[in-house]
Design a binder for this molecule. Structure first.
Ligand SMILES: CSC[C@H]1O[C@H](OP(=O)(O)O)[C@H](O)[C@@H]1O
Length: 343
């Protein structure tokens, strides 16, 4: 499996996902600002991957404070945490990871070992995500068993996480076990994560994949072509409402209408119990150019306005089950989620 990020104690190596599928190249970050920029430009993207990258980004602040006093060193890390928290607003994994790094700084009593403690915590966050992806694959496979044609939106695969993905983890699990499963991937405008990233990583793994434009999903569901829909999430509120890539909500409505199971796959680090419902989830608004000039080619006249929300929110009642590393939550609601994840 492809691994989108690697840390060698002084540098964070990222697959530059803005270059895929044409080029497989790394972007090497040695400063906090470079990691902030990499997250904001979607060099590294996907809720779990963003959290892991930010955790390693905090560690890079240590490079700037080699000779600083204890307080300066801790302050550098706290400034890094504050800065990285402004890189993107929706994926709660970013803030979940930064909170874990801040707890290490706050508990610090020995500045000499602080950088090592932070690197250890970032590596733990990374390793935990690998384990969570593996478990999501196992749990999700029990729901997708027998499904031959699965539709997904955006990229919630290995490129969006540490290794196995979330929505694609059950598909990789079933494919490895010899199941006949193929994926229909929404291209996912405007940044085309489905066409560029999901198709690339599935093809590379030998999983049959068909790319469709986002507007084609309805007719595939209408004609019975699709056995199940599975997507990732960037933040799930306490009542089970899930924020995910723009275009997920209409897909959930279509799946409900055509009585096709609609699954959301996410690790517990994507749940935000501080938010009672999905309408409270901050939705990132991205630049006009992503819609108006895809690939630098102007498609929209200057006189026209453009909207570009990066995410939408799917109400819990449209979700058949949420797949987590701790198990599957059928017909999600607040008490079931809390019960399963907080036990
Ligand atoms: C496994 S989380 C993947 C999640 O993140 C994507 O958004 P972006 O590409 O903007 O980071 C999309 O919502 C995916 O479902």
């Amino acid at each position: 499996m492809i691994e989108p990020l690697r840390f060698d104690n002084d540098a964070l190596h990222l697959i530059d996902q803005t270059k895929l599928p044409l080029e497989l190249v790394d972007l090497v970050c040695t400063t906090v600002d470079q990691v902030h920029d990499a997250i904001s430009r979607l060099v590294v993207r996907g809720a779990p991957a963003i959290g892991i990258a930010a955790a390693y980004g905090v560690c890079l602040a240590g490079n700037a404070s080699k000779n600083a006093t204890k307080n300066a060193s801790a302050n550098n890390y706290l400034e890094a945490i504050e800065s990285l928290a402004t890189s993107r607003p929706t994926a709660v994994n970013l803030f979940w990871a930064l909170d874990r790094m801040k707890a290490i700084v706050d508990a610090n009593t020995d500045s000499e070992s602080l950088k090592d403690q932070l690197i250890a915590e970032a590596r733990l966050i990374h390793e935990e995500d690998i384990q969570m992806g593996e478990a999501i694959g196992r749990h999700g496979a029990t729901l997708l068993t027998g499904c031959q044609r699965v539709l997904t939106h955006c990229n919630a695969g290995g490129l969006a996480t540490s290794k196995w993905g979330t929505a694609l983890a059950p598909i990789y699990h079933l494919h490895r076990s010899g199941a006949a499963i193929e994926v229909f991937a929404d291209e996912t405008r405007p940044l085309m994560q489905g066409a560029r990233l999901t198709a690339w990583e599935l093809a590379r793994s030998g999983v049959p994949v068909t790319v469709l434009t986002d507007s084609m999903a309805g007719s595939l569901l209408q004609t019975g072509t699709i056995d199940a829909v599975i997507v990732g999430a960037d933040r799930i509120a306490a009542n089970g409402d899930a924020a995910n890539k723009i275009g997920t909500y209409p897909l959930a409505v279509l799946a409900k209408h055509h009585q096709v199971p609609f699954y959301v796959a996410a690790p517990s680090s994507t749940f935000d119990f501080a938010l009672a419902s999905g309408d409270l989830i901050p939705i990132e608004q991205r630049a006009r150019e992503e819609v108006a000039s895809p690939g630098g080619i102007k498609m929209v006249p200057d006189e026209a306005s453009v909207v570009n929300p990066a995410f939408d929110v799917t109400p819990a009642e449209l979700i058949t089950a949420i797949i987590t590393e701790q198990g599957n939550i059928d017909s999600p609601n607040a008490n079931r989620i809390a019960e399963l994840l907080l036990r």
